[in-house]
Design a protein around this ligand. Structure first.
Ligand code: UD1
Length: 381
């Protein structure tokens, strides 16, 4: 067999890390074939959004840290590109793996596709390719479209992704329906997750609380929408207390949300919600434990819709668009937008046992990384 191939995986923001971990483990099993380097762009630099995830997910320290930090989209993307180009020129990887839909993803895909070394560009593999919300006002949607257009291997979590890519004219040869490495992490760490003592630390008991997360720019950067969300939390609180007077709402608060709530002078109103507990952003193990044991989750995250589906936890999604249809069709997810009436109706259904049960999609089987690394092996050797 020919010499070892060098693979660089690029991560930068919180939702990337749990997608990388299973691939890192799988590549390690083939260490005679692959030399795997991890590059952290530094898009997320807070300990609570980054380092704690490396620890929880048993990931090794990144080999290279780019220290990009925050900024406008153009600034952040440009900083990552400038630094990553140096890495690529020095390391000359045989393949670069990018994850999801964050600014780090598009930045590094652009660098690889424009560099000419060894007579060509550097092949890009995109993990979580093909998802489309068809909402171009979301920065993530632009990141997905561009990254997919530039990628050579597109690893897809659910069938709709295949259809989206074929519709965009992507060659079938580049498309791999492999499943969701985020769920691989959940399966792999299930023991560690169940032994987290986060409930005890927060004074909670199983099923006695609602979990909430909110951070999308469309929801939190706009005063009206953030106010509406706080009003939704107030209403959910009132409705839930009717069914269980002990109910709490647990909100691990994202830095963006905190910053915007302060800016709009809405933090006090949020914190005044009677049974709401705000916490620091949770690490991976604690967060999934909170998700596993909650009554239901209210969120605008993408990944949590998948994790809730796998765990069969009712999920009310505060977004107008969606890119993960299986979570809605098969899973325990409902798209609610900021429709208060619908959210309260669903809250009542959940407490009275009438909410849909949800099924686990076939490809959420904990083996996505195995399929991905097998495809990479076939491609590179
Ligand atoms: C990014 C992703 C989003 C993902 C989310 C998960 C993009 C376009 N968006 O959004 O898809 O769902 O991460 O968290 O890539 N900040 C800190 N500490 C940090 C990082 C950021 O305080 O470690 C602050 C920044 O100053 C900034 C805000 O949080 O004001 C937003 O950070 P940024 O990475 O730009 O986007 P996210 O909203 O986190």
């Amino acid at each position: 067999m020919s010499k070892k191939k060098k693979i660089i995986s690029v991560v930068g923001a919180r939702p990337n890390f749990m997608k990388l971990a299973p691939i890192e483990r799988e590549l390690k099993k083939h260490r005679s074939l692959f030399n795997h380097l991890i590059v952290h762009t530094g898009q997320h630099y807070d300990h609570r959004l980054s380092k704690v995830f490396f620890k929880d997910l048993d990931l090794p320290e990144p080999d290279i840290y780019l220290g990009a930090g925050s900024g406008s989209h153009a600034e952040q993307t440009a900083k990552i590109m400038t630094e990553f180009e140096k890495v690529v020129l020095k390391e000359k990887p045989d393949l670069v793996i990018v994850f999801g839909d964050v600014n780090s993803t598009i930045a590094c895909a652009l660098v690889c596709s424009k560099i000419h070394h060894a007579g060509g560009t550097i092949p890009i593999a995109h993990v979580e390719a093909g998802l489309r919300s068809f909402d171009n006002t979301m920065p993530e949607e632009i990141n997905r479209i561009v990254t997919d257009a530039l990628s050579d291997m597109l690893f897809i979590t659910e069938r709709a992704g295949v259809e989206n890519l074929l519709e965009e004219g992507v060659s079938k040869k580049k498309i791999y329906l492999t499943g969701d490495t985020m769920i691989d992490s959940l399966v792999h760490f299930s023991k560690k997750i169940s032994s987290s003592d986060v409930l005890k630390r927060l004074g909670l008991s199983k099923q006695s609380y609602i979990l909430a997360t909110i951070h999308r720019p469309v929801n939190v950067d706009n005063r009206q929408n953030l106010e509406k969300i706080i009003s939704i939390f107030e209403k959910i609180s009132k409705e839930a207390l009717k069914f269980n007077p002990e109910t709490k709402i647990v909100l691990p608060i994202h830095p963006r949300t905190l910053k915007m709530a302060e800016k709009f002078s809405l933090l006090k109103r949020l914190k005044n919600i009677k049974n709401l507990i705000t916490t620091e952003p949770a690490g991976y193990t604690d967060f999934i434990k909170l998700l596993t044991d909650c009554k239901f989750v209210v969120t605008d995250s993408g990944g949590i819709q998948e994790e809730a589906t796998f765990l069969k936890i009712p999920c009310l999604t505060l977004r107008e668009s969606f890119e993960r249809p299986e979570t809605l069709i098969l899973g325990s997810n409902t798209l609610c937008g900021l429709n208060e009436n619908l959210i309260i109706k669903k809250t009542a259904e959940i407490y009275s046992g009438k909410y849909k049960k949800g099924k686990i999609p076939r490809l959420m089987d904990g083996k996505a990384a195995q399929r991905i690394v097998k495809a990479i092996k076939t491609r590179l050797f």
